[in-house]
Design a protein around this ligand. Sequence first.
Ligand code: WQD
Length: 342
Amino acid sequence: MSKILVTGGTGYIGSHTVVELLNAGYTPVIIDNLSNSNIGILNQIEKITGVRPEFHQIDLNDTQKVNTFVEENTDITGIIHFAAYKAVGESVQQPLKYYSNNFFSLLNVLNAYAEKPINLVFSSSCTVYGQPDVLPVTEAAPVKKAESPYGNTKQIAEEILAETAKAASNYNFIALRYFNPVGAHETALIGELPIGVPQNLVPFITQTAIGKRDHLTVFGADYDTPDGSCIRDYIHVVDLAKAHVAAIKLLEKGNPNGNYDVFNIGTGNGYSVLEAIKAFENASGKPLNYQVGPRRDGDIIQVWGDVTKSEKELGWKAALGIDEMMASSWAWEQYLKENPLS
Ligand code: WQD
């Protein structure tokens, strides 16, 4: 079955996608520089699937190494490109680190496939919408000025793909605009592995509940929303992983929309921070120690996706709800306490 290159494949979403590729009969090949992930994830994937995926520790910024890999692996028919830095706050502090890494890694992969037929699924983000004027937000909504260098790298990367596809028919691209990935595999053997203090809500919730953090701070409860806290479209990472398999299949079949396309990958439902905390407490049976604090710079107030296009044209729809997202996140945090990976 088709060999699929997964860049950033030992990361959070990458590792879950490797599992779903194996479940779908594909042969994933991982490239990762391990700058934000742990090689122990390969053992975990093997425990889940019985297969230890082929792994190459390569930094995609190394043009020569990328070209050599592509020359030596001519049987790769598709690529899922996750490899990028993704912390919004860090990107504001270190913009050059984000622009250099996120663009050079993508450009090296694209240039290595110049004039070679290749299908590529790109990890994009709903952050390109900024604060949408209309909710739920559709793929036709205008892309707004990014609030962070991280968001800007996603917007510009989409433009690079769109313009490259227009100029060269050997490239076939799909960009998946993720909403908020959360949760962990049902086996609790893989999940989100934040290095240092978690930037995102759900890992901070589970680390507070397990006792690694004293309390969670809710960044503002005075917004113009029903309960005052921000609203997001949380999507289970396994549903998100399956969307990548669906995108590879669509590219293999031939996308009637052409060789560049974009899909929203969310559930279509919005949950506030306080609702997410309540869902965690219900799923874990543990009251959460949280306080309401000041707003976080750069936060948009509310966003959730219109996922009609993904259902109709990608043939994918999220199946897991907020309860499973929270229950699986908690099970993973408990697993990590007994089996530290990093
Ligand atoms: C969610 C909500 C916070 C932490 C970003 C990127 C997106 C994706 C996910 C990479 C917000 C609130 C959070 C906390 C809180 N990036 N919060 N206390 O900012 O929506 O999305 O991360 O994969 O592309 O834009 O996610 O989880 O940081 O925040 O109250 O300790 O939780 O204010 O309302 P965000 P998040």
